[in-house]
Design a protein around this ligand. Structure first.
Ligand code: DSN
Length: 439
């Protein structure tokens, strides 16, 4: 029996109502196919730490310089997380306190920019992220935001257009990476453009960070001034964010100084942007769980997992192509597959809802040049990280796509939906998840 199971039984006695809800979620995760590209299943060790006593501790500040007493053990945990992250990503600076990827990005923008400065990121509808300059987000409200797009034919970032937009608007910060970009992020080409216009370059590797850690996606560290990530997607850690800088921090400091007029290292500025700039007390239970995740990702088995994530995404994309689906960029290099359903006469919204009824979880997603709104969309995004964690391989990916295709091509047929649901449950039962947590 794991501690997590014990914890569940405490809840069972003290609060049966929420215990039932937890059990239903455990069953949902176990008996459905989780294809949301940004989700994953953490280990029992991470669950145990994320539910552990460090949730009790206030630790505003950083190791060795806290505003509270009693921090000696959480200091050790945060130092361990930082050391492991530095080793994993081969970087000199890391801040493991951001509660989320959005807060990591906010801290970077607050460090490198003045309100009203210009930022340039990938258009949300082309695979970017809210915090890369969307007008509904702080990044598009506080900063002057311009965006670049992908090429209509290739579905890949259009560098002619990136260059000309950068030259026209002279952004202080260029952001590369996104949430629905199936290809490797082109760090080197972005660096060239950033140098041409004198911009800082930030990579948001929230999605592929597990693949970067495994050496299966190019690393941004040698090209980008600053790198942010989440810890819960391909990296398979607890929900949270982080900020990193590669080598040569001193040199980057020389760039920051004239702008801010301050005489601090950029690492200090970043740390204080996180706390007290935008956050108070760090989530020490989550930081300790991040330390476990980084250690797990340093093990040789993680590389095997990450390779299987990519192989599985490729198997799904090849099967989809063979069935006449249009994929943005024609396939994938990563864990993400972005499907344009326009030729199937089904909206992303309807596909998401109907697949969910059959036990297949995906998210509707805009596709580049989408004529539909973000609430309807013409596409869906699928991903392989979570089902790969369950142990599924290429053969199962073919089965998964066959099931998706059955639904999409019979979108109104209730009996097909019910039959697919039974097949989904049977497939999931062969790859059990969190069996020790069940009732
Ligand atoms: N919401 C995340 C995703 O699904 O990709 C990005 O923050």
């Amino acid at each position: 029996m794991t501690n997590s199971t014990n914890a569940s039984s405490f809840i069972k006695r003290s609060d049966p109502k929420i215990y039932d809800i937890l059990q239903k979620e455990i069953s949902r995760e176990d008996l459905t196919l989780e294809l949301i590209a940004s989700e994953n299943f953490v280990s029992y060790s991470i669950l145990e730490m994320a539910g552990g006593v460090m949730t009790n501790k206030y630790a505003e500040g950083y190791p060795g310089a806290r505003y509270y007493g009693g921090c000696e053990h959480v200091d050790e945990a945060e130092n361990l997380a930082r050391d492991r992250a530095k080793k994993l990503f081969d970087c000199e600076y890391v801040n493991v306190q951001p509660h989320s990827g959005s807060q990591a990005n906010m801290a970077v923008l607050m460090t490198f920019l003045n309100v009203g400065d210009t930022i340039m990121g990938l258009d949300l509808a082309h695979g970017g992220h809210l915090t890369h300059g969307s007008h509904v987000n702080f990044s598009g409200k506080l900063y002057n935001s311009v965006s670049y797009q992908v090429d209509k034919d290739t579905g890949r970032v259009d560098f002619n257009s990136v260059r000309s937009i950068a030259k026209e608007f002279k952004p202080q910060l260029i952001i590369c990476g996104g949430s629905a970009y199936p290809r490797h992020v082109e760090f080197e080409q972005f660096r060239e453009v950033a140098d041409e216009v004198g911009a800082f370059l930030m990579a948001d590797i929230a999605h592929p960070s597990g693949l970067v850690a495994a050496g299966l996606h190019p690393s941004p560290m040698n090209y980008c001034d600053i790198v942010t990530s989440t810890t819960h997607k391909t990296l398979r850690g607890p929900r949270g964010g982080m900020i990193m800088m590669g080598k040569d921090i001193e040199n980057k400091w020389k760039i920051v100084a004239p702008k801010s007029g301050r005489t601090k290292m950029v690492s200090e500025l970043l740390d204080s942007s996180v706390m007290p700039g935008i956050q108070g007390g760090p989530l020490m239970h989550i930081i300790a769980a991040k330390a476990i995740a980084f250690n797990e990702a340093l093990q040789p088995e993680f590389k095997i997992y990450a390779q299987q994530v990519i192989d599985n995404a490729k198997a799904m994309s090849e099967t989809l192509l063979s069935k006449g689906y249009n994929l943005i960029s024609g396939g994938t290099d990563t864990h993400v597959v972005l499907i344009d359903l326009s030729n199937k006469d089904v909206t992303g919204k309807l596909a998401e809802k109907t697949l969910e009824k059959a036990g297949i979880t995906v998210n509707k997603n805009m596709v580049p040049f989408d004529k539909r709104s973000p609430f309807i969309t013409s596409g869906i995004r699928i991903g392989s990280p979570a089902i790969t964690t369950r142990g599924m391989k290429q053969n199962e990916m073919v089965q998964v796509i066959n099931l998706i295709d059955k639904i999409i091509t019979n979108i109104e047929d209730q009996s097909i939906i019910e039959k697919v649901k039974i097949e989904v449950e049977s497939l999931c039962s062969s790859f059990p998840l969190y069996s020790e947590l069940h009732n």
